[in-house]
Write a protein that binds this ligand. Structure first.
Ligand SMILES: CC(C)(COP(=O)(O)OP(=O)(O)OC[C@H]1O[C@@H](n2cnc3c(N)ncnc32)[C@H](O)[C@@H]1OP(=O)(O)O)[C@@H](O)C(=O)NCCC(=O)NCCS
Length: 190
């Protein structure tokens, strides 16, 4: 697929790219997963995908084992009729270009293909960027988990639990163009 003039695709995370992803993780988060967390996800066969692009002449960053540029990644797990998003990140230099939305689309397509009806996730209460992304995608906040995340200096931070009803989303995506336009116009008057 081509997006923003770049050819990109998802490829499964393998052992060969674990260190590269961990380096990305440390740049993406204040409290990153450990290398062991990524290894465990692979061992558990959790669906783990890299969003990669063909390198451009200006790209100087380290290549993946398949010779691509790493833009981001997502890792999920499957439950009974639901998927749980465990990690999603876009490298800082590639943000605000729609890559996270693109990855959420791929997650929703994967989850739908597994007969999941819901996607669940937790997000730090302070992570307004991610919450805005999820809300824009159709997730709704459904609760809080107190002191869920480490926050440094012995403190903890709450998680906001969010869910996406995949069936509802599929119906909304199938609305005739006229109806979708009406909604956009209505929302833009708020
Ligand atoms: C959150 C994150 C994945 C977003 O990735 P991204 O590729 O920049 O997001 P997109 O370009 O697809 O943005 C889609 C929408 O999300 C919202 N959004 C994304 N970043 C935002 C920010 N910094 N502030 C406010 N809204 C933001 C906007 O509504 C945006 O649409 P717009 O660009 O048209 O305004 C990225 O910032 C990241 O990797 N953060 C660190 C890791 C993280 O927090 N992961 C989530 C853990 S729960």
């Amino acid at each position: 697929m081509t997006h923003q003039g770049r050819k990109l695709h998802l490829e499964p995370l393998t052992e060969a790219d674990l260190e590269l992803v961990w380096e990305a993780e440390k740049r993406a988060y204040s409290h990153p997963w450990s290398l062991g967390n990524f290894r465990d996800a692979l061992k558990a066969n959790y669906p783990s995908y890299l969003l990669v692009a063909q390198p451009q002449p200006s790209d100087t960053s380290r290549r993946t084992s398949t010779g691509h540029i790493l833009l981001g990644y997502w890792i999920a797990m499957l439950g009974v009729e639901e998927a749980h998003l465990l990690n999603i990140a876009v490298l800082p230099e590639h943000r605000r270009q729609g890559w996270a939305v693109w990855m959420l689309e791929s997650l929703a397509a994967w989850a739908g293909a597994q007969q999941a009806q819901w996607i669940w996730l937790e997000v730090r209460a302070s992570n307004q960027a991610a919450q805005q992304l999820y809300r824009q995608f159709g997730f709704a906040p459904v609760g809080n988990r107190k002191a869920y995340y480490p926050a440094g200096q012995g403190h903890r931070e709450d998680a906001v639990v969010m869910s996406l009803n995949l069936k509802l989303r599929a119906v909304q995506c199938q609305q005739p163009i006229g109806v979708a336009n009406e909604r956009t116009e209505h929302e833009s008057t708020k």
